[in-house]
Write a protein that binds this ligand. Sequence first.
Ligand SMILES: Cc1cc2nc3c(=O)[nH]c(=O)nc-3n(C[C@H](O)[C@H](O)[C@H](O)COP(=O)(O)O)c2cc1C
Length: 171
Amino acid sequence: MIGTLRTTRQIRQYAAEPVPDGVLRQILQVARWTGSSTNRQEWHFIVVRDRDTIVKLSRLRTPISWIAGAPLGIAIVVDEDDASHAYDEGRATERILVAAHALGYGGGIAWYGDASQQAEVKKLLGIPADKTARQIVMIGRPVSPTDPRPGARPGGRKPLAEIVSYDRYSK
Ligand SMILES: Cc1cc2nc3c(=O)[nH]c(=O)nc-3n(C[C@H](O)[C@H](O)[C@H](O)COP(=O)(O)O)c2cc1C
């Protein structure tokens, strides 16, 4: 369990094979059981498998062009654009990534971009204009955790000594 959490990565390179329905369902069940503020569960998950739609989404902006290679994505829609809904959305997102990894698959977050790009996505996916739609989480069999984008930032993480203090903030 700890190992699965520790090794969950952002996957941007996927094999061509589809995600079986049983795997998808397990990932969606994990997302459904995510805790949310006051248990309001004000989210909606759109499973996007249509190739043409995924390709259109991949063209929204260059940093997410890799999504064209994923067999499916789960677009997350929340009711309001505020901090606590964003927090709920982040929790569900992370659980989707971890669940996919635990099942031998991999997930990758793709943010749509600015307000006009989000509006485009809403039209494409039939999402009501008053909802908040920021991102889609792609799922597939991972080929590599390497970021294939030109100019990709280095991976890895800051050491604990740099990000943790005890009893009082110190840096
Ligand atoms: C809020 C948020 C938005 C992100 N948006 C994108 C994105 O639009 N495109 C992308 O390729 N990765 C995106 N990522 C993934 C991050 O780049 C990734 O988590 C980070 O590079 C660490 O990757 P690693 O766990 O594989 O080391 C996003 C991550 C977060 C938390």
